[in-house]
Write a protein that binds this ligand. Structure first.
Ligand SMILES: *[C@@H]1O[C@H](CO)[C@@H](O)[C@H](O)[C@H]1NC(C)=O
Length: 291
């Protein structure tokens, strides 16, 4: 995972960019990025040799609607209603922490569904992170509805059950088994840190600060250590196409300008509490680096 020296980095990056530009000019007219991201279409123009999670990230490099040349119609922003609701997000994460300090999985996943809407509102560039996240949420929901649903009531009961049943692969993913809840939740847990840090920066930011910078810094701290060099380069480019700070505030608090920062920060607090408890549980069982 060590980064190659600088000139090499630049050349590689340029190479990827040109390759993807070439691919996009050949294939994108037929299969738009949006269709690929939002719809359930396959994206055959992606390399098949990349690991699945990296493949998703690489699509960031595709010029999406956000960076389309002037004159190209951009899709309208999603309508409000069933869209991202920061109050529901806060409520879900607040109620996910029981008085005994257990994390209720149903509420936790409910909160994640809101975060997913937030990511979707961030634009096409984030579409593939959201799809990756959505698949993790779905796996957790399947565990919850499966034959051992009783054990998937809280994070703590899940950890206890999976450890006792030998379902957690500490060295490698156990073959012929659905990914364990512990492994899957860990991915969500790391992404939660990223969003927590990002929202915190946003909530405390000044008017002239750049959202892409805030998001990138949060990424560097929370997620980059777990991603390969390739993914990191792809993500770095993706941030450049994200909505401005002002647009983000519009997505988050809609019209309510006064106290917008405070609304964001109380939400961050509820995420942070849940994150910290999860972190303790995982750390206590040596599970912070599950493959
Ligand atoms: C979570 O833990 C961090 C680091 O230990 C701490 O700074 C933060 O205040 C904690 N968050 C909450 C809500 O307790």
């Amino acid at each position: 995972m060590g980064a190659p020296p600088r000139p090499c980095q630049l050349l590689l990056l340029l190479g990827v960019f040109l390759l993807l530009l070439y691919l996009s000019s050949r294939h994108l007219p037929k299969l738009s990025l949006a269709a690929c991201v939002r719809g359930r279409h396959r994206c055959p123009w992606l390399g098949e040799t990349l690991p699945k999670e990296e493949e998703h990230f690489l699509v960031f490099l595709q010029p999406g609607p956000a960076s389309a040349p002037a004159g190209t119609p951009t899709p309208p922003l999603p309508l409000w209603g069933e869209e991202f609701d920061i109050r529901q997000l806060r409520r879900a994460f607040s109620t996910s922490l029981s008085p005994r300090g257990e994390i209720l999985l149903r509420e936790y996943l409910h909160g994640w569904r809101q975060l997913l809407k937030f990511m979707e509102a961030l634009g096409t560039a984030f579409g593939l992170i959201s799809r990756e996240t959505e698949s993790k949420i779905s796996i957790m929901e399947q565990h919850q509805e499966g034959p051992h649903s009783l054990h998937y009531h809280t994070v703590q009961s899940m950890v206890k059950f999976e450890l006792a049943s030998g379902l957690v692969g500490f060295q490698s993913l156990p073959a012929h088994q659905p990914p364990s809840g512990c492994r899957t939740l860990l991915r969500l847990h790391r992404a939660l840190k990223w969003l927590e840090l990002f929202l915190h920066k946003l909530g405390t930011s000044q008017k002239d600060e750049k959202s892409s910078r805030m998001c990138a810094e949060a990424y560097r701290v929370a997620l980059a250590p777990y991603h390969s060099w390739w993914v990191q380069q792809a993500v770095a480019l993706a941030f450049l196409a994200m909505p401005s700070r002002q647009e983000l505030y519009h997505i988050i608090v809609r019209g309510e300008k006064p106290a917008a920062g405070a609304i964001v920060l109380t939400t961050v607090e509820s995420l942070s509490r849940v994150y910290n408890v999860t972190q303790e549980v995982y750390s206590a069982h040596g599970m912070l680096e599950l493959p």
